[in-house]
Every structure is written in C-alpha cells, then in structure tokens.
Design a binder for this molecule. Structure first.
Ligand code: ADP
Ligand code: MG
Length: 699
C-alpha cells in the first residue's frame, strides 16, 4: 500500500525544486497526495483527429490535428513581436501564432517533424489560425490511447514557466505509472459494496486518465460521494456530540405572558407557517437540548413576530431574551415595533446600541444583571463583555449573514449553559447549501406571506425608456407613495460608481423638483446616514437615492416603487433582497430593473428570473446554479471555506443527500465511530479535519 501524503513533490520524476516551488505557491500542492487530488476541471474528447481541409464555418471547437510545421516567421518588433508558423497535414495549411515564449517554441518544435496539435481555430484576416496551440510529439506515451483528455487549471505565472495543463498531466501520468501498489483505501469495504463504488486507486487513475466515459463517471461518483460523505460525517458527528455534552435550558411551560399576548396583544391572526414554526421552536426548547435553529423566511413573511413570541417563551420560564440586529436603524425599528406590541404586558424592553447615552447604558447594564429588564434589542453593543445577564435564555439574531460566526459565539458565553439561538434570515439558502454550511442547525421555513399582500410586479427596462418610467413614477408619487432608486457601488469601481450616484441624485432632483429627494450611501457618517434615512421613514422625503446600504431590513410600508439602476451588476440574491424593500404595505408595488442594451446571456437570465418569480427559494436555487456556491451571499461570512475539490453543491444534491443519510445512519449506530469496521472513518476524519476549527460547536 502506498502512502503519498508524506512524499514531497520535489522528488517526483519531472518536478524538481523550481517546479515544486511553483506548484506550492500557485496551487498549494506540497505532496504527491495533494497532486493526485488535483483533478482536471474539464475533459476534451481527443479520439477524433480533424483534417485541415475540414476546418470551416464560424465558431470551431477545440480540435486536434496531426502534421508538420513547414516554416516559422517573426512578425512585428520589440514587445509586439509575434511568431507565426505554417502547419500542414497534407490536406491544407493553417497558420499558428504565438505572442509569448517565442524562443522556446522555435527551439523545441522543429520544422519537418510529426506533431499532434491541439487548439481552437479562429478567423483572422479572412483565414484560419490557431494561437498558442498545444503541441506534442506523436509518439508521446500519454497520447497513444487518448479518448478523453483531462485539463488542469494553471495560473498565468505557471503558464509563463511552461507549467501548463499538459505538464501537470505528464507529472501525474508518471507518478501513477510508478505507483508500487494500490493506494490505501479511504472508505470501508461495507460502504463500497453497499453503493457499488469503485476502489480509490481505480477512481484516481480514471479521474486523470479515463479509460472510457463510463469509467470517468464511476470515478466521479466515487470521489464526489466520498468528499460529501466525510463533510457530512464530520458535521453530524460533532452535532451529536454537542447535543449529548451540552444540554440546553428547558422551557417547560407555555405560560402567562405568551398566552395573554396571544389573546390580547396580537394584532392579527398568525399565518399557518408562523404557527408551524412556533411549534417547532416550542418542541426544541422543551427538549433539554440547546436549540440552534435557522429561521428562513422571505422578506415580509413575519419573522419578527415569531422571534418576539419565542422571547415570550423565555420570560414565561424565568429567562431573559435578547434580539440582535446588524444596524442601528434596524435595531431601533425592532425595538419600537416590539415595544408597541408589548404594551400593557408589564414586560420591560430596552434598546442598546453604540449610541446609547452613558446614563441609559448604565441603567441597562444594571437592569440586565439584576433581572429587572426582560428583553434587550440591540446591535453589536450586546456582545461586549460588560453586558452581563442575570439569566439569558434566548438569543435571536436577525439577518444572520451580517454577523460572523465568532460574534455569535460570544453570545453563547453569556450564561452557564449556552442560551437557545434562533437565527432569522431573509436570504434563503438552498437546501443543499444549508445542509453543508449549517449542517447542524435545524432549519425552519416560513413559506407563506401574511394575507392581503399583493405580489410585487417586476419589470425589466432598458435605459432608453427612462422618460416613460418617470411618468409612471410621478403617478405613484401623486398617490402619496414613496420611491427608492438604488445604484451599484463596488469598491473596484468606487470613483465612477460614486459619480453615477451623485449624477443620478442631481438628475432626479431636476426631474421631480416638486418632491423631496434624500440620499444615502455607505461613505456617509453614520449620523448623516441615519438623518437621511429618518427623512424617508417619516415621509418627509419622497424619493430615496441610495446604494445597497438600504438592503438590510428597513421597513417603509408606504414605499411602493423600487428602481434598480445598472441592475446587470447585481447578483440575483441581492436583487431579490433589494426588491423586498417594497411590497410591505397593502398597495400594489413595483420593481423596475434598469439595464443597458448589451447584456450577457447570464444577465438576461437573471433579469428573466426576477421578472418571473417573487419566490426567494426559487431565486436562491437559480443563483446557486448560475454562480456556484462560493459566491453566494452568506457562505463567505459563514466561516466555512468551500474548497470542494470535485463535488458541486449546485449539481450534486442527490449524492449529497445519499451521503448525509448514510452518515446519519452510521453515527446513530456508532456515535463514537468505535466499531472496527468504522476505524477507517475515524482515521480519515482526523486527517481531513484536524486543522479545522470546530465550527459546529459555535455556529
Ligand atoms: P420579516 O422580518 O420576515 O421581513 P416582518 O416581521 O418585518 O417580516 O413582518 C412584515 C410585516 O408583516 C410587519 O408589518 C408585520 O407586522 C406584519 N405581519 C407579520 N405577521 C403577520 C400576520 N400573521 N398577519 C398580518 N401581518 C403580519
Ligand atoms: Mg425582518
């Protein structure tokens, strides 16, 4: 059995110190094992060889040719020199072009010798050429039986040192050829048999050099399954461990406060979804386990009310509760809304933020410590060590993705046992992702909006339709509604974006001289920002021109129009979040996506999806498909790096489910992985996750 994990790549045939350093710096490949787990990102069918006379039409694919270089010629001067060659296979001649590495090419590939050439013909000056083709001597051992050939990602720096895909392939080929025996298997035999997987050695050989398309598929299945399986096994094992070790406070009763609130204070009937989620929470907090629940619900679905009623469960059992929001405005809105709902209950609720005055702050600190204050709503200020509770039992976190894992974990330490945690988010996370990122958080979903809401109408318009758009906006303003206009502002493009924002603001003031326009962006001082926001909240301003700072949580039910400028520059989830700022009142609301005429196919798709649906889950699934999980909002901040080598969360949902079910089954039977048949699992987990922080304990 070979163990490759302690074999330095430096000593592999064809590598050496210089290439080893490149591989380490550019790809973090240190050992032979790292290298063998560096998989191709695509495969190209090279079983067919084209004839030059067959090249025709507009867009040619990558093709393979066989023939001879007839002659070289250098064109241009200095930095602009390029090398061209005439290449012929007897059926025709095609030009090859290089802009870099000219000297090397000329020395390495001699006119008159037979070569296999691989590249994409493009039309240049009315005839075809191929730039930077891949060239190989025909008797190359690797090419003998190629059908599917793997392609490896390499960096610019590697390419310029000729560590291209082909070079990597050669090193791996040699390494695999020289293996003294099969590799140590990483899955127990009973799993391999149960799922009819192929062995690790076969899978690794075929992932690099597929014997056939069928074998490639089997190799991919085996490796994807294994990757997802260990991820799930790790999460499930730790959450089982945590559940056994760390008990939770028991909220045994639903008491006076909850019941009387329900009877006397609740201004409307709960939706079916709100009721269901409250039952799920009730079961959790009564179980003796610590609750860690993620509450997903689209904007406006009534999460805050669920949060509040959960806080009432805490007081009924002698505990305090806190609600943490990401911004001061949002915390204030929550505080005011909840305070009003609690009128007549005799419960004390306070607001604690960075701008709370010293005297009030001291009052709050004392009241929380002696238990006279039941609820506190606030921002990050709640996390500070000076904030101590007499008996904190419930933590509600709104809009989770703005808080890092570490910040959340600090709230855990504010009682002898960790309080129950309910994380509320309006960024729906697709199931597959939730299973991986929040693998040990239970997930509740509010999938129903309160009755009487009219779905937001979304339209996509091109920039040149602006004047008719403004006519429609004026109608809404005349009806007494308010309007948001949002501009993109990203760091890389900050100066230009800022100019556009200001230009937009000036323009709007000119178009609507009879209405008040306010402006909010991230670069303003917090106090100025709040003042501008307040103008809009109080209806003193009719139009708000803003950047995405308004994305989170602000509630202005009277706003009925959301115009998103340069909508092509926003991701789907972000567009959906922005749109959620309107449609909060009883009036028909509108969202207008403004773009230029020139749109990529992906952008067109994004706009179509936004126009078609208001369903946050559908949108986040689509976002995952279009962008892949690494980019999704929420995953970056969640503290879990997504360095999946082969599995794709957007595409491999079924394999993930299979992996998760099996992992659960195994942990149910053998929580400590002590059975001899599970020895491999324990060993592998240690190896894979030894250096990782144990997020499952603190998320
Ligand atoms: P979210 O935080 O989920 O975006 P909110 O909790 O802010 O949504 O609720 C949006 C609005 O809906 C609030 O004005 C709230 O009072 C109202 N609301 C919540 N639940 C109901 C319900 N069951 N029936 C009617 N209105 C509701
Ligand atoms: Mg909310």
């Amino acid at each position: 059995m070979s163990d490759l994990s302690n074999r330095d790549i430096k000593y592999l045939q064809g590598v050496g110190p210089r290439r080893a350093e490149l591989l380490l710096n550019e790809l973090k490949i240190r050992t032979a094992e790292d290298l063998i787990y560096y998989f191709p990102y695509k495969y190209i069918d090279r079983s067919r060889t084209y004839k030059i006379c067959e090249i025709s039409g507009g867009a040619m694919p990558y093709i393979q040719l066989r023939g001879k270089i007839l002659s070289y010629e250098k064109v241009g001067e200095g930095r602009h020199t390029r090398l061209t060659a005439r290449f012929s296979d007897g059926t025709g001649v095609i030009e090859l072009v290089w802009f870099k590495g000219i000297k090397y090419i000329e020395e390495k590939y001699k006119p008159g010798e037979d070569y296999t050439l691989f590249g994409k013909p493009a039309i240049f000056n009315h005839s075809y050429n191929i730039s930077h083709p891949e060239i190989d001597a025909i008797d190359n051992e690797i090419d003998k039986n190629v059908g599917l050939q793997g392609y490896y990602n390499t960096s610019e720096k590697m390419k310029s040192s000729f560590m291209n895909s082909k070079a990597i392939q050669k090193i791996i080929f040699t390494m695999l050829k020289n293996l003294p025996g099969p590799l140590t298997e990483t899955l127990p035999a009973y799993i391999i048999n149960k799922l009819s997987l192929i062995y690790l050695t076969d899978a690794l050989k075929n992932i690099h050099f597929p014997e056939s398309p069928q074998m490639l598929q089997k190799a991919q299945l085996r490796l994807k399954f294994e990757e997802l399986f260990y991820l799930q096994l790790n999460i499930i094992r730790y959450s089982a461990l945590r559940r056994n070790k760390l008990g939770g406070f028991v909220f045994g009763t639903i008491g006076h406060y909850f019941n009387s609130f329900y009877k006397n204070n609740l201004p409307f009937e709960l939706t079916g979804a709100q009721k269901r989620v409250l039952k799920e929470i009730r079961t959790d907090v009564g179980s003796g386990r610590q609750m860690n629940r993620l509450l997903q619900g689209d904007v406006g679905s009534g999460k805050t009310l669920v949060g509040l009623m959960t806080m009432l469960m805490a007081v009924d059992n002698g505990f305090q509760a806190c609600l943490m929001a990401p911004t001061e405005i949002l915390a204030t809105q929550h505080y005011e809304g909840i305070k009003e709902l609690l009128q007549g209950t005799g419960l004390e609720i306070v607001l604690l933020t960075g701008s709370t005055k010293k005297k009030q702050r001291e009052y709050i600190h004392a009241g929380l410590q002696d238990g006279s204050i039941h609820f506190v709503v606030g921002t990050h200020a709640l996390i500070e060590p000076v904030v101590k509770f007499q008996n904190l039992g419930m933590v509600i976190i709104d809009e989770q993705h703005r808080f890092g894992v570490e910040q959340r974990s600090k709230l855990w330490r504010k009682n002898i046992k960790p309080p129950h945690v309910l994380v509320m988010t309006a960024t729906p996370i697709p199931r597959t992702l939730a299973m991986t990122v929040y693998g040990d958080l239970d997930v509740s979903v509010i999938d129903e909006l309160p009755p009487g809401r009219k779905p937001i109408q979304t339209m996509h318009q091109f920039d040149n339709r602006r004047s008719s758009l403004y006519t429609a906006v004026r109608k809404q303003l005349e009806l007494g509604r308010q309007v948001y206009i949002v501009y993109p502002l990203i760091e890389e493009n900050e100066k230009l974006d800022f100019k556009n924002l200001e230009k937009g603001y000036e323009n709007i003031k000119e178009v609507f001289p009879d209405y008040n326009v306010c402006m909010v962006h991230g670069k303003m001082k917090p106090a100025d920002k709040d003042a501008q926001m307040q103008l809009f909240v109080n209806h003193e301003a009719h139009i708000m021109v803003a950047t995405t700072v308004i994305e989170v949580g602000v509630n202005v039910p009277n706003a009925s129009v959301m115009i998103i400028e340069s909508a092509e520059r926003f991701g789907l989830s972000q567009l959906h979040q922005l749109r959620g700022r309107v449609g909060r009142g009883a009036e028909q609301s509108y969202c207008i996506l403004m773009t230029s005429h020139k749109l990529s196919q992906d952008t067109r798709k994004r706009m179509e999806i936004m126009v078609r649906t208001n369903d946050g889950f559908e949108i986040s699934e689509a976002d995952l498909q279009l962008r892949g999980p690494g980019d999704l909002e929420g995953t970056q901040q969640s503290g879990i790096a997504f360095d999946l080598k082969i599995a794709n969360l957007a595409k491999d949902g079924q394999i993930l489910q299979l992996a998760r079910d099996l992992a659960q089954e195994i942990i149910d039977k053998d929580p400590g992985l002590k059975l001899p048949e599970n020895f491999i699992l324990e060993k592998r987990l240690q190896k894979l996750f030894q250096k990782r922080v144990d997020w499952s304990i603190i998320s």
